[in-house]
Design a binder for this molecule. Structure first.
Ligand code: SF4
Length: 268
């Protein structure tokens, strides 16, 4: 076993954090079996033999979006073929169908709609809770929360409190993409900055809601950008006392270039 793997193994066993340099060296290594063993060890230490899953239904209430992220093939402009916005009744019916087949969670994200009022989002949450108060609603990215604040002329904590009151239970964590400014400016120049994503997510956590953490990789970023992204998530996780239950790294489809973009769906 190389010194790097031995060091990382000892750190996993003693619950010590690895450094950026060690994380970068792991990314640069092609010893997948050794890295897989370390990952399995870290997983076993944390979770034992337990695995977790939930039964949910995704509802994307609109594909209209004022942003034009270069990697996104989901969003449309008003008047463009294929644009849609669900009525509240449609959302409710989808929640009813999901509950009828055993879903315990409704997962909601959408584009940044140019016209829907903030009240629409609160009513959407209430209409789902009216189907069953036990349905957990995981909804809206930090990008949407920031947009709602601007739309409603409210602060982020005010928006979160209003959505929580209407039934919001947690956030799915999308929109983080990659925090590194140089790359982010190329793949989603109109989206909130990485710093703002972290700031909004911190406010979400401080309001008592959990959120997932995500990373979009495999496009224009380098290994150092991934390490930077994960360290900043880890720092937020430390500041807000473990309010990220899940880290979801999403690979950009191989063979596609984000500047050519808009080939596959991603939202907010
Ligand atoms: S990724 Fe999100 S914010 Fe960007 S264009 Fe698509 S729907 Fe809009």
């Amino acid at each position: 076993m190389t010194k790097l793997f031995q060091t990382v193994k000892e750190k996993i066993e003693t619950g010590t954090r690895i450094t950026d340099t060690e994380a970068l060296a792991l990314f640069e290594s092609n010893d997948l079996l050794a890295i897989g063993e370390l990952a399995a060890l870290a997983n076993r230490n944390k979770n034992g033999d337990r695995v977790f899953f939930n039964v949910n239904r995704h509802i994307n209430y609109t594909n209209l979006c004022v942003n034009r992220c270069t990697f996104c093939a989901f969003s449309k402009e008003a008047g463009e073929s294929g644009e849609y916005t669900l009525a509240l009744q449609d959302v409710r019916e989808k929640a009813e169908q999901a509950a009828a087949v055993g879903a315990t969670e409704i997962h909601i994200v959408g584009g940044l709609h140019p016209e829907l009022p903030f009240e629409f989002y609160r009513q959407m949450l209430r209409s789902i809770k009216a189907v069953s108060p036990d349905l957990h609603i995981k909804a809206f990215t930090a990008v949407e929360i920031d947009y709602f604040a601007e739309l409603a002329g409210k602060t982020v904590p005010q928006v979160i409190a209003a959505l929580k009151e209407a039934g919001l239970g947690s956030l799915p964590g999308g929109g983080a993409e990659i925090f590194a400014r140089q790359v982010r400016n190329k793949i989603c120049p109109e989206k909130i900055s990485g710093e703002r994503w972290l700031e909004v997510t911190e406010q979400v956590h401080r309001a008592g809601l959990k959120s997932n953490a995500t990373m979009l990789f495999g496009h224009l970023e380098g290994f150092a950008d991934r390490v930077d992204h994960m360290r900043r998530l880890r720092e937020l996780q430390d500041r807000t006392y473990r309010q990220f239950p899940e880290f979801y790294p999403a690979r950009f489809p191989a063979g596609q270039h984000p500047r050519a973009g808009r080939q596959r769906g991603r939202r907010s």
